[in-house]
Design a protein around this ligand. Structure first.
Ligand code: ATP
Length: 342
């Protein structure tokens, strides 16, 4: 069996003279959880519709298990679009079984899987109620179960967390983790960066129809490090002498880390200097209690990549870069790579 469940090759789609997808190429590894990210209007829904055989590309191909995406491959895929589509008057279990059978599921097996998911989502008691009698969040659960009940190899969920309270959001995360353990490949399209960051191994980021990056989150973060370190010292630092060394080019107190004993700072290192140079410069003033390299958050990465696009007005890009610099460092402090003296 091929390692990649999904191959997107040179995919292109126009609406009139508007290019919604511009020769997009990437692959999705079997068993991975991939986040599909991009600003509004980036082309995500268009891409997902083509993968699901709902829309036809103008050029290029989308292959699922090596077969061109079409209505014939839809049984392999479970796709929950952002705009939900349930039949109001149908009862919950009728609805789920109906969608499962449309995707070619066997009725007995569909009932078993439906029972498991209804229980996980605390919906067993509602199975004979009509969809319109359920709350919005419970309707969303029915939609998710209807998407998954035929046990697709590739599950694609568009904004699955929208409309869920934190408890139901956690149940959905548990369900996704269960699917992942069973080897299902999952794609999540969402603007909810913390959820994507927590759940996904990889991301594909598109903007203006172009693929900006597709890689593991780990690799992307590593290659977007910006010489920023977070450290805690026993006594406050005098900033002017540190900046005068040239080893430190920026220094900001980090209030969110004040629960730690000591004084926390985010420092940016000058080019050509090592972490040891910086530590030596700081140690000249105070004991270093804690020290770690900061990695950018997914939100920072999103802003950095999308603000580079030539269609983004310069002032918006500058604002975005500034926000990334300000927010990136303190928030990224959780991701420790080095903690001497602790
Ligand atoms: P969002 O995050 O807002 O859902 P998206 O990334 O899903 O956005 P798409 O819906 O794929 O973006 O749209 C990509 C571009 O193609 C947009 O400029 C959109 O206006 C355009 N577009 C999408 N569908 C159509 C259509 N049926 N007819 C004309 N233009 C379309």
């Amino acid at each position: 069996m091929e390692n990649n469940i999904l191959e997107i090759r040179q995919l292109r789609k126009f609406f009139g003279d508007k290019r919604a997808l511009n020769d997009v190429t990437f692959s999705v590894e079997r068993g991975s959880i991939t986040g599909l990210l991009g600003p509004n209007g980036a082309g995500k829904t268009t891409l997902l519709r083509i993968i699901n055989g709902i829309m036809v590309a103008d050029a290029g191909e989308a292959l699922i298990n090596g077969r061109e995406a079409s209505l014939e491959t839809t049984g392999l895929v479970g796709y929950m679009p952002e705009e939900r589509g349930l039949y109001d008057k149908m009862r919950v279990e009728e609805q789920i079984l109906y969608f499962g059978q449309l995707k070619g599921g066997d009725k007995r097996r569909l009932r078993e899987v439906m029972g498991e998911y209804l229980e996980l989502f605390n919906l067993s008691a509602d199975r004979r109620r009509r969809v319109k009698e359920l709350s919005k969040g419970n309707q969303q659960k029915v939609q998710i179960i209807a998407t998954l009940v035929h046990e697709p190899e590739l599950v694609i969920l568009d904004e699955p967390f929208s409309g869920f309270d934190p408890i139901n959001g956690a149940l959905l995360q548990e369900l996704i983790a269960r699917l992942h353990d069973r080897g299902t490949t999952i794609m999540l399209s969402s603007h909810n960066m913390p959820a994507i960051e927590e759940m996904c191994s990889d991301i594909a980021l598109i903007d203006h129809g172009n693929l900006l990056v597709k890689d593991s989150i780990e690799n992307i973060k590593e290659s977007n490090k910006d010489n920023t370190l977070i450290l805690t010292t026993r006594t406050p630092l005098a900033t002017e002498p540190l900046l005068a060394t040239g080893i430190v080019t920026e220094i900001h107190p980090v209030k969110s880390l004040n629960w730690r004993k000591g004084h926390a700072y985010s420092l940016r290192k000058g080019d050509g200097h090592s972490n040891m140079d910086l530590l030596d410069a700081v140690a000249f003033q105070s004991d270093v209690i804690h020290f770690e390299e900061a990695l950018p958050s997914l939100t920072d990465i999103f802003i950095r990549y999308t603000s580079r696009h030539p269609d983004t007005p310069a002032e918006v890009a500058d604002d975005a870069r500034h926000t990334a610099n300000v927010t990136g460092n303190p928030d990224a402090a959780k991701e420790s790579t080095n903690t001497p003296n602790e």
